[in-house]
Design a protein around this ligand. Structure first.
Ligand code: RIB
Ligand code: CA
Length: 326
């Protein structure tokens, strides 16, 4: 069966690196585009090239640099989790490959118009995706769907209500959710289930591949960062979930949902406001799935929200992917 054609827009980032490795192995990645987020644009672009060189695909998967800062807000980065380089931990030589001269947004627009049945995957702030929609509105009807790591049905991470990717560029996120594109949202409520621990690190190292060792180093650093910042003892490779969902849809249980992005809230700017009233029974606190046919109606869904991950099969998929890179 032909592999699904995708463009992966990302801000590597440790978990973006896992997203790249999963996508390149299982999907037809027409290009990797980069956006300022975890680290400034120059860093995330260099890191995308590094990851592709580690897995031996820098010659066949081109990288395009995109927007360096959000549409309206100033750039916020996350060096406390990803280090100053954006990919601290693994020792990887400087890339010998360079990014394409074409801007990421031009590449996205051109490719969407040239290719049928294309899927967009976004694992960073949605600046490039929103800019592409503004540049070429026909994207909305031509793109099969956009699968993102971002937002949350429940709690945030950068603030109590906002997840980092949406918080960095909420105007871009609002543009994407209200565009008419079908959005598959892998929010924090889902990706916090994708925890890797020291046992996972050992499992990666036991694979005996360069990609396995690279993944072990990435995870070890990420666990350490989580321990020092939040006193946690696992590392959640959030972004890989968005790719895994497309690779094996049975890994994730999702529900239709209307999702808006808060732009003006003092305490809630960047929050993905999820309307799941249509899924709630008489007592919304009781059960998300009870009696959905008679639940109060919510807004017409514009997205799918991922709710449950099959953790063990997800880790197995990651391991088999790393093993496949010789
Ligand atoms: O909140 C997690 C998201 O923010 C991930 O995409 C991570 O890479 C950071 O960009
Ligand atoms: Ca990311």
């Amino acid at each position: 069966m032909d592999k699904r054609k995708v463009i992966l827009d990302c801000d590597p980032g440790h978990d973006d690196a896992f997203a790249i490795m999963l996508a390149v192995q299982h999907l037809d990645v027409l290009g990797v585009t980069t956006v300022g987020g975890n680290s400034p644009l120059a860093n995330v672009t260099r890191n995308a090239l590094k990851v592709l060189e580690v897995i031996g695909h820098a010659d066949d998967v081109p990288v395009y640099a995109g927007h360096s800062c959000p549409m309206v807000a100033p750039l916020v980065t996350a060096p406390m989790f990803h280090g100053e380089s954006g990919l601290d931990g693994p020792v990887v030589p400087e890339p010998t490959h360079v990014a394409q001269a074409e801007h990421a947004v031009d590449f996205i627009c051109r490719t969407v118009m040239e290719q049928d049945d294309l899927t967009l995957i976004a694992t960073g702030p949605l600046t490039n995706i929103a800019a592409a929609i503004n540049r070429e509105p026909r994207i909305v009807e031509r793109v099969r769907e956009v699968c993102i790591m971002g937002g949350s049905v429940t709690y945030g991470n950068w603030t109590p209500t906002a997840e980092f990717n949406i918080y960095v560029d909420p105007e871009a996120a609002a543009r994407v959710f209200e565009s008419g594109l079908h959005v598959k949202m892998c929010g924090l409520n889902l990706t916090r289930q994708a925890a890797f621990d020291e046992g996972t690190v050992e499992r990666f190292r036991s694979l005996g591949t360069r990609a396995g060792d690279f993944a072990a180093d990435l995870t070890e650093f990420f666990i350490g960062a989580g321990r020092s910042v939040n006193d946690t003892h696992v590392g959640c490779m959030h972004d890989a979930c968005a790719v895994a969902w497309l690779v094996d849809p049975t890994l994730i249980r999702a529900v239709p949902m209307h999702i808006d992005v808060e732009l003006a809230g003092t305490l809630t700017r960047g929050m993905t406001v999820c309307d799941y009233r249509h899924l709630c029974g008489p007592d919304p606190a009781v059960d998300l799935y009870r009696d959905p046919l008679h639940a109060p109606r919510g807004k017409r869904p514009n997205a799918e929200a991922a709710l449950e991950l099959d953790h063990d099969r997800y880790v197995d998929l990651v391991c088999s992917t790393l093993e496949a890179y010789d």
